[in-house]
Design a protein around this ligand. Structure first.
Ligand code: GLN
Length: 437
């Protein structure tokens, strides 16, 4: 069978490309020259399958879409608190190139506007790093997110640097408040080079998928940054990534995202998918008109709005039966399924706590054979439930052949040792020898 997804993406490109309003960025001469008719979209799953439509191989400079990734590198290098001391996380509601700092502290409001992005760039690597060393770290870091060696478009770099009056003003202002140290002109130089790194929609989608995948690059399997860093980055993208259109974007598209003035848009839906879109003409906020349209369309058609949320834990308990074993014991067999997080585990605890027939039971069997993952919180909750059932005098058995309760570092012993090794164990594969009561 030929997958219908590329056909669907082609439909999206065609439907969103019928007209071409807006204008290319004119404050960077090289971007003003871009072919305005190009349009492309790409989806990457978190296991690295990539679907494209349109001019998927068209290259363009990454521009502001570099900001969340460089912020991620700064966080990885110095930790969240040290970075927060220099750049805030509050939406500014202003244009990306506004000359604005938080009153009092002088901190940029967030790392998605230029003031914050210049600061984040200056924070990458050790304080002693030269402009070149810092840029190397940025280029290697972004390449790790993309899963291939990225390069700089020198003409875009020269073009933007020769007209970087506004960013120079911002950097000088940051220097005057000691938010950045060293020579502001060098920070502008490094940041401008960062913005001139060349990508395709495929790169954007895969970089986004790395964020959606909790920091592990889907194609190379490399952990690029920690989950904690990813959470911080996605939060800031959600609230500040689309600048003064953040609220509109949140309510209509609802995917943590970042746009850039060369016409790229990147979206990362945690746990699901990375999106890259591209078309050079921009709206009044400096985001691609047709790129935004395509993201909106994808979100609507495929139910990607983050506030739609996952289907909840109503189905965490697959079956809850009372069975009599061959030895005459009565056991409660509680079979769970799916992904166990707080709400699913709460449902299980509630069911176990409210058993009216507890005194007539000899044991409880928690059957985890259809559970594919248990997060830390759910694991603590389930373990505590097992402990309390034992204190109540019940014999407790966990059927967990895949060790889903075992995957976390703090587990001190496998669930099968001791917990499964009791008289019910041989019959647990099917409960065939048990009868319902
Ligand atoms: N390099 C551009 C600038 O600093 C990036 C802006 C953007 O893409 N929004 O002005």
């Amino acid at each position: 069978m030929k997958s219908p997804i590329p056909d669907y993406l082609l439909e999206v490109v065609e439907a969103c490309g019928t007209d071409n309003p807006g204008a290319t960025a004119d404050y960077i001469p090289e971007l003003a020259q871009a072919d305005p008719d190009r349009i492309a979209v790409c989806l990457s799953t978190i296991d690295g399958v990539v679907y494209t439509a349109g001019d998927a191989d068209a290259e363009f400079s990454i521009q502001s879409i570099s900001k969340p990734f460089v912020y991620a590198l700064a966080l990885a290098d110095h930790g969240i608190d040290a970075v927060l001391a220099r750049v805030g996380v509050e939406p500014s509601g202003e244009a990306f190139n506004e000359l604005s700092l938080e009153s009092g502290s002088g901190r940029p409001l967030n790392p998605m506007i230029n003031a914050g992005a210049l600061t984040a760039h200056a924070l990458v690597g050790p304080a002693t790093a030269t402009t070149e060393e810092r840029f190397e770290r940025v280029l290697r870091g972004l390449s790790a997110f993309a899963g291939r060696d990225l390069a700089v478009d020198e003409s875009v770099f020269d073009s933007e640097l020769s007209t970087a009056y506004r960013n120079s003003a911002i950097a000088n202002m940051l220097r005057s408040y000691s938010v950045i140290d060293g020579d502001p002109a060098e920070v502008v130089r490094g940041y401008t080079r960062q913005c001139a790194i060349t990508v395709t929609v495929r790169d954007l989608a895969v970089m986004a998928a790395t964020l959606a995948n909790g920091g592990v690059q889907p194609l190379t399997g490399q952990r690029v940054v920690s989950r904690t860093v990813v959470r911080q980055v996605l939060s800031v993208m959600m609230t500040c990534g689309m600048y003064d259109a953040a609220g509109d974007w949140m309510s209509t598209v609802g995917i943590p995202a970042k746009s850039g003035v060369s016409g790229g848009v990147l979206g990362a839906l945690p746990g699901q998918v990375g999106i890259g879109a591209f078309s050079p003409r921009l709206d009044a906020h400096g985001s691609s008109v047709r790129g935004v349209r395509m993201c909106r369309r994808l979100s609507d058609d495929m139910g990607l709005h983050i506030m739609d949320g996952p289907e909840p834990a109503r189905s965490a308990i697959r079956r809850d039966r009372r069975l009599r074993g061959p030895g005459g014991h009565t056991v409660r067999v509680c079979s769970l399924q799916g992904t166990m997080q707080f709400s699913g585990a709460e449902l299980v605890l509630r069911a176990l706590a409210s058993a009216e027939d507890a005194e007539r039971l000899d044991g409880v069997v928690l059957d985890l054979r259809r559970v594919h993952s248990v997060d830390d919180v759910a694991e603590r909750m389930l373990r505590e439930a097992l402990r309390r059932l034992r204190l109540d005098g019940l014999r407790v058995t966990v059927v967990d052949p895949e060790c889903v309760l075992d995957t976390h570092a703090h587990t001190h012993r496998p669930a099968r040792d001791g917990e499964i090794a009791d008289e019910f164990a041989p019959d647990l594969a099917s409960f065939d020898n048990f009868e319902r009561v």
